[in-house]
Every structure is written in structure tokens, then in C-alpha cells.
Design a protein around this ligand. Structure first.
Ligand code: EPZ
Length: 436
């Protein structure tokens, strides 16, 4: 039996024989309809927000992800009771006994930093490590720290830990963010809802997940206005109760399945998704030559003609611009379009790692710092690939659906952080895909 290294045709890069993998037999056309899962980047701050609630909350449409499971484990470590039943998670946070988040759980996901604001808001102290998560370049938290210090929190870094406390309580502040950081906006909101006085955030992030968080917290008794705009005002209240809430659909998962349909020149109906949340993405599909129809406020239909052409340039930017999280899957799609596409990544330092793996399939991509130039090719050929981050892994699945022959993708734990049963969903619309 030849070693995987030889089979892969390149010495020294053996595919680990027994690593869990996704196997894709590419070349088929996808067609059908899918319902979109709840948003990973919404359920995580929502679960964190329950720490502030002195009561029981129920979050519906919770996706089944390793990241949401990790968030539930953090809640249980803090003394909350977090129970999942089907697509709903119930959190009883009457008792919050601990203020330290264990190192292993903090390392599991980047977004664990969003627990900082909630734990401080509830207990006025917290000890946690620097966040883990995707390898997208440095993931600083200077804006989080700057803002919380302005609100009266003492934050000392010691041996990779952040030791935080607010002996005089947390008070409102005027905070102007140097850039519209999603996580910093969420942490400020979570620390401000029970602070003394009013907090105003200038240059706040405007993502739909921010609106979802504010809507849940207002149901719990918070007084937040302006979510979804660049200026958010939070009037501190004494106490929050629990509430029921339905998590918004995952706009990046929606974009992913649309890319899968487009790359196979197929057609797809997506249900339970707010098309306004991806209003910067839909015109790009039309520029390529796809037909896009939206209806009933929560459905999107895409039909990809045989001959699609490159959309020339895609520049990522903060919402409502083209989302950085959709860039990897669009790069996979662009690799198969007639013409050249220029990608400019303005959000993260190192978000083209998937280019190297896409080249294994025959994609023609050149990368220079934050600019990638993709020259479309007529054919991609299946290969052994390895996912290095969440959306990069989704890009490899997308490209493998187009590639002739068979592709295997390892590192699927990255993909499972954000996609609820991507294999089962793609099988539903005709993909020859399996995981083992
Ligand atoms: C959230 O990450 C999302 N994650 C990311 O999605 C998404 O790509 C990102 O927002 C941008 O939209 C979650 O919501 C769990 P940021 P976050 O703070 O909050 C810099 C995915 O694939 N920055 O808006 O970490 C930072 O380095 C993930 O689902 C500072 O400089 O993103 C980055 O360059 C990937 N200092 C930029 O801002 C800070 O204190 C945007 O970061 C904070 C951020």
C-alpha cells in the first residue's frame, strides 16, 4: 500500500491516514432547496448574554456546532445550567458562581472573548486567557480593553491571562472605536447594559448579529437603541430577566450554499434567510451571470447559467459591505469563472491561506499581502486538501464540488465550528459528498 505521501505526489506532505475527512466526487450539478441554520456569530454572543440574565432564557434556532457546544460548556463552568433540546438551548443563569473561564475552553474558539463583557456585567470580575480561534493573522483585543477600562474596569495582563475587576462597579462611558470591531461592540454592549449611567458607542459595528444581540437583551429588560447603525446608546438598568428569542439565520452559511450552487452551475432555493443580510453579496452573483430572485422576505432563488464570467473585483469591508467571511468561498467560485477576479481583503491580515490549497486543485491564484488575483480556469482536478480555518475549509468543499475526480478534505474540525451538517445539506441537493 503506497503511503499517502506518494499517492499525494508530493514528498513530506503525507495525509494522516485515519484523520476524519470529507470526500467529494466533483463534477455534478446541484439542484434543490435548503433551510439555513441559525447564525454562529449570533448564537455565541447570545449565549454569552444569558450570563447577565437573572432568570431562564430559551434560544430557538440554535445551530448544532462545536463552537456553540463550547459556549454551553463555558456557561456550565460559570455555574449556569445550559441544556440543548433539539434546536433550542435553555439557559438558567439565576446562579453565576464562577468568574474564571478555563484555559482549554477559552482556547477552543476566538469568540470566547465575548464572555468578558457579560461576566464583568454580572459579577464585576473575570479572569480569562487571550482568545483562540481561526488563524487569520493577529487577533488583537486592544479595542475591547480600551473600552472596558473607560467603563471603570481594571485589566491587568499576567502570563497570558487577563485579570479584570471593577471594585467601584462599571459605569457608562462615551466610546469611539478606531474601527467597527464586531467583538468589541458586543463586549461593550454586554458590559454596559447593567452599568451605572449611559454608554454611547461611536463607529460601532453594524452587522445583523449586533441587532440580534440588542433585540434579545431588550427583551430581557435592557435599554439599547441604535443597533445596526454606527451609533449605539445603552442606558444601564438594575437587573435583567430571562427571555425567549429566535436566532437569525446564518448569512455566511447562506452565501456558502449559494456559492456551491453557482460553482456547479446549478440552482437552489434557500429558505429561512433574510436576504437583506447579504445585500452586498447578491449583486456579485448577478454580475457573474447568475439569476437571483428573492421573495417572502426570507427566501432566495439562484440559477447559475452555464457560462459565468468573473465579477472583476471583490473588496471586503465591514457590514453592510462585502463580508470578509464570504471571501474564501467566492475565491473558490472565482477560480472557475471566465476571466480574472481581484480580491482585496481589508479586514484581516492573513485571510488567503486557502489559496495554497485551491492551487492543489489547479486554481490559478497569486497573492500579494492583502490582494489576491484569481485567473479562472476551465477545469479543476480533485486532490487531497487540508482545511486550516473555518471559511477556508468551506472554500475547499465548494471548489471540490466543481473539480473532476475525487477530493479529500482533512482538518474538518475547523468546518464543524461553523457549519451544521454541511455534508448532509449538500447531499440533499445532489452532491456526491460524504464524511468518515
Ligand atoms: C467577528 O470576529 C466574527 N466572529 C468573524 O467571523 C468576522 O470575520 C469578523 O467579526 C468581522 O466581521 C464572530 O462573530 C464570532 P472584529 P471579531 O473584532 O469580532 C481588528 C467567521 O468566520 N481588531 O470585527 O474577532 C481585527 O484584528 C469569523 O465566522 C483590532 O485591531 O472581528 C480584525 O483585523 C472569522 N483590535 C478587525 O479588527 C480589536 O480589539 C475586525 O475584527 C478587535 C479587532
Amino acid at each position: 500500500m503506497k503511503s499517502n505521501a506518494i499517492l499525494k505526489g508530493c514528498v513530506g506532505v503525507a495525509v494522516k491516514k485515519d484523520a476524519p475527512r470529507i470526500v467529494v466526487q466533483g463534477g455534478g450539478r446541484l439542484a434543490g432547496e435548503l433551510s439555513v441554520q441559525g447564525a454562529k456569530n449570533s448564537i455565541l454572543p447570545l449565549l454569552s448574554a444569558t450570563v447577565l440574565c437573572q432568570g431562564e432564557s430559551v434560544l430557538h434556532n440554535c445551530p448544532n456546532l462545536s463552537d456553540s457546544d463550547a459556549a454551553c460548556r463555558i456557561l456550565n463552568c460559570l455555574g449556569c445550567k445550559c441544556v440543548r433540546e433539539a434546536n433550542a438551548v435553555t439557559v438558567d443563569s439565576r446562579e453565576v458562581l464562577n468568574t474564571d473561564v478555563p484555559k482549554d475552553l477559552m482556547r477552543e474558539m476566538r469568540s470566547s472573548i465575548v464572555f468578558l463583557g457579560a461576566i464583568l456585567g454580572r459579577t464585576k470580575q473575570c479572569r480569562l486567557t487571550f482568545p483562540g480561534g481561526c488563524e487569520l493573522g493577529p487577533r488583537p483585543i486592544d479595542l475591547h480593553v480600551m473600552a472596558l477600562r473607560k467603563m471603570g474596569v481594571n485589566i491587568e495582563e499576567e502570563g497570558g491571562f487577563l485579570n479584570c475587576n471593577a471594585p467601584k462597579g462599571i459605569h457608562g462611558a462615551y466610546i469611539s472605536l478606531a474601527l467597527p470591531s464586531v467583538g468589541a461592540t458586543e463586549n461593550i454592549i454586554l458590559a454596559a447594559v447593567t452599568a451605572k449611567g449611559t454608554t454611547e458607542i461611536q463607529n460601532a459595528a453594524r452587522e445583523p448579529e449586533i441587532i440580534d444581540l440588542a433585540e434579545f437583551l431588550n427583551k430581557c429588560g435592557a435599554k439599547i437603541s441604535g443597533a445596526g447603525t454606527g451609533t449605539i446608546v445603552i442606558e444601564g438598568v438594575e437587573k435583567l430577566g430571562g427571555a425567549e428569542h429566535t436566532v437569525i439565520a446564518d448569512r455566511i452559511v447562506a452565501a456558502t450554499y449559494l456559492c456551491c450552487a453557482a460553482i456547479t452551475r446549478g440552482e437552489l432555493i434557500l429558505k429561512n434567510v433574510d436576504f437583506r443580510h447579504i445585500s452586498a453579496i447578491l449583486p456579485v452573483f448577478e454580475q457573474m451571470g447568475c439569476s437571483i430572485y428573492t421573495y417572502n422576505d426570507n427566501q432566495i432563488y439562484i440559477n447559475a447559467a452555464k457560462q459565468l464570467h468573473a465579477p472583476y473585483k471583490i473588496t471586503t469591508s465591514a457590514h453592510p459591505g462585502f463580508p470578509t467571511d464570504a471571501q474564501p468561498m467566492f475565491m473558490a467560485l472565482a477560480s472557475t469563472l471566465k476571466g480574472t477576479t481581484v480580491f482585496v481583503e481589508t479586514i484581516f491580515d492573513n485571510r488567503f491561506r486557502h489559496a495554497q490549497e485551491l492551487r492543489q486543485l489547479g486554481a490559478k491564484i497569486s497573492v500579494n499581502d492583502r490582494v489576491a488575483v484569481v485567473e479562472g480556469v476551465e477545469r479543476l482536478i480533485g486532490a487531497d486538501l487540508e482545511a486550516t480555518d473555518l471559511r477556508g475549509g468551506a472554500a475547499l468543499v465548494t471548489a471540490a464540488l466543481f473539480a473532476d475526480k475525487t477530493s479529500t478534505i482533512t482538518g474538518i474540525s475547523h468546518i464543524e465550528r461553523g457549519y451544521d451538517d454541511i455534508v448532509g445539506n449538500l447531499q440533499k441537493i445532489g452532491a456526491k459528498i460524504s464524511s468518515n
